[in-house]
Design a protein around this ligand. Structure first.
Ligand code: ADP
Length: 355
């Protein structure tokens, strides 16, 4: 789990790193220069193990990082600087190229660097276009859905008192289908926000026990087929985004209901530890195999043969939200026996505000 947290931190860092519009022009153009200096110092330190092919690797490394960080301009600057300086800075004196060889190497450096800069710029533009398309399309889809939902509610009200059970059934179905589409759209929007590092959290101190009580009460109303039991008690407070962290628990409880058809009970428990609280959600349903367990937190993953509707995004989003709260989420499960999902969140202390 620790490795996963480190990986996610690295991923979030790299998302921020590769957004040139977040760095100002001086930073973007200074970056390749500083990188070249750094690599040169490294080369001096590692001079005993330097080998002939290294300048190519170093120049590639410098150009890739510069174009990721600063975009095409700094990428090209890094290309030109490494091409000019490679002979003076990076090669051992005895190995320096000369004549035609030198010209050829420099040309290859230049072409390689140009390609890298252009390709990474094109990829970034494609990603930006994809994200803005999803976000634009999602907002455009949400507006008419809101209108449909309001008219549907009005229609339902106008039928009040009338003996039209069938019509009321239709209206309820429209309502739940509109809710499903809205949830799918929200999931897609969340995924694009996570990918671009734009998932903003509004954290506050929260009494997690009473928050869970509210969630369980609401979910119980929506899932009459199951009895959701709540065990344990904790007066600890967490520092979290109420809406986002509620989403995590709602998703796991929903899944417990969805993936335990024909079973009656779901058990939610809360345990206070010294610096954290652990919430578990247990079901006695279809469970997961060892291989499935490894993959369920990935985007769009759904266990083979899953018959219930879904996109395979809920647990991915839940995991990202938990990680953004410096917490952990994991699962224990046995095929056909059921699953227990755990969420561990740090408790509120003054230190947490500084993180
Ligand atoms: P969705 O439920 O929309 O498919 P999730 O990301 O919430 O997406 O879940 C991913 C997959 O993990 C599900 O498709 C299902 O195969 C598996 N899964 C999640 N929760 C459970 C559970 N409580 N029991 C068994 N399988 C589960």
């Amino acid at each position: 789990m620790k490795l996963l947290v480190i990986w996610e931190k690295f991923r979030n860092f790299s998302v921020r790193f590769t957004q040139p519009h977040k760095h100002n022009r001086v930073q973007r153009y200074l970056f390749p220069v500083i990188l070249i200096l750094f690599v040169y110092i490294l080369k001096i330190l590692l001079s005993t193990i330097i080998f002939r092919g290294l300048p190519f690797l170093l120049s590639t490394f410098i150009v890739v990082l510069s174009s990721w960080y600063g975009g095409i301009g700094p990428g090209i600057l890094a290309t030109i600087l490494t091409a000019i300086l490679s002979n003076f800075l990076f090669l051992e004196p005895g190995l320096s190229f000369s004549g035609l060889e030198n010209a050829l190497t420099t040309t290859i450096f230049l072409i390689q660097g140009l390609f890298i800069s252009i390709i990474s710029e094109a990829k970034r533009n494609a990603d930006l276009q994809k994200d803005s398309f999803i976000s634009f399309a999602s907002h455009e889809l949400k507006n008419p859905l809101t209108v449909i939902k309001s008219y549907n509610t009005l229609l339902g009200r106008s039928l009040k008192g009338k003996n039209s059970l069938k019509m009321k059934g239709f209206i309820a179905r429209i309502d739940s289908q509109v809710d499903k589409i809205t949830n799918l759209i929200n999931d897609l929007l969340d995924v694009t926000k996570i990918a671009s590092g734009k998932l903003i959290l509004n954290k506050e101190t929260l009494a997690i026990y009473s928050m869970l009580q509210d969630i369980i009460r609401d979910q119980q109303l929506l899932s009459p087929t199951h009895k959701i039991k709540f065990y344990g008690k904790s007066y600890k407070k967490i520092y979290a985004d109420r809406i986002r962290i509620s989403e995590v628990f709602i998703n796991i409880i929903n899944n417990a209901v969805k993936y335990s058809p024909g079973r009656r009970s779901i058990i939610v428990s809360i345990t206070g530890k010294r610096n954290s609280v652990v919430v578990s959600v247990q079901d006695f349903g279809i469970g997961l195999s060892e291989q499935e367990k490894e993959k369920i937190f990935e985007q769009f993953y759904r266990a083979p043969g899953t018959k219930v509707e879904g996109l395979g995004l809920g647990l991915y989003i839940a995991q990202q939200i938990v990680i953004l709260h410096q917490g952990k989420i994991w699962v224990e499960s046995k095929l056909n026996k059921g699953s227990i999902f755990y969420v561990e969140l740090p408790i509120y202390t003054n230190n947490i505000l500084r993180r």
